[in-house]
Write a protein that binds this ligand. Sequence first.
Ligand code: ZN
Length: 392
Amino acid sequence: MGKILDYKQMNEILDGLDSQVIKKEKPIGYTYFGYPIDHYVYGHGDYHVIITGGTHSSELISNVFVIRFMEKLCNREIDIDENLYTIHFIPIVNPEGTIIVTSAIRSLIPRDISDEEEQTYLLTYYRNSYIEGEYANKYRDNDYKLQQMMFRHATPNILENEKMKDYLNKLFKENNLPVGCMINWSSNGRGVDLNSNIETSSLIDRVESGEEIYADLHLNNIRRNKLGPLGCPYFSKKGEIEKENEALLNFYNEIKENYNLIGSFIYHSCGNIVYYLGKDKEDNPWVNLTEEMRKDNYDAANVYADETGYKLDEMEIYTTMDSKLKSLFPVTLLVELGGVRATPLSQFMNLDLDGSAEDFKWIYSKIIDSNTEAIIKTLPVMLKIFGNKRQK
Ligand SMILES: [Zn+2]
């Protein structure tokens, strides 16, 4: 049994959780193609925390990490005081994207595969992406990509949802999307990148001016200025907010208004980075960030970074949906899981190859274990920060 989870497997695990420990609530919303954005709750304490994964669906490790964390809580492998905290989980923020990317994966890598066999696919994908990154630097070619060609039989026709299948077939044709690019799908089913889908996206002016914008390195054959796998900030007109983002923002607001929201964790991949609210390069469009807010955010991020060994990095421009959540709902941490390039597969590598660098060893286990520990260590810090503020 491999480490990758597809959308169906994720839901099998989630449905199998002991409802006495983790309870499924009603979805926070539905996507354009009708998928629920599911919400689960652990504990019944006064202090509320939100944990989300999979905004960018190609960052599959973020879904899997959140789900494995929930499973550990359920099995009592880890312990968080359920009388003190209430933890809200949105493990699949972008269900349509997760369906697209995991269907692409399953077109090549079957479920019933040994761990060892799966690892050979992951390594091949990693190496192919690495080669394409080198070629992009050296030759600036933005033609076929080895890692996409591995998934060239993953066309929209493999999707079960007829409406989404027809829509994507049309999109592939109209926008001339690269062969095999479903493996790199970060957007939702409409081809909008949820993190870019924000009124302050730096991409909006460039898109409006008709600029051709390409992604970087091994993804440099993907355009960000058109609906597709990644980067596109809106569907048909600027300011149009996708259903997933609307649901998420409403949900955060609801928790903040009705309860003590002490913090949240937003998971992306990759980079081995924890972002905190740094000194603004430009004014924050949503809130006047005070020194105190910055310090609070930093203090929590610092504990998280210490536990994982991740790099602390300043967030200083506010052009993404997650920067809005970070600004409006302190103390929110944005974590980039894993230090190797090439989502959705490389973060599942769990190898100890002779002569490989330390960072390349046991990538998957390190992500799961150290981030699990980091949440447990960071919660009391969030609680303390919240308590300090209340005393003032
Ligand atoms: Zn991301």
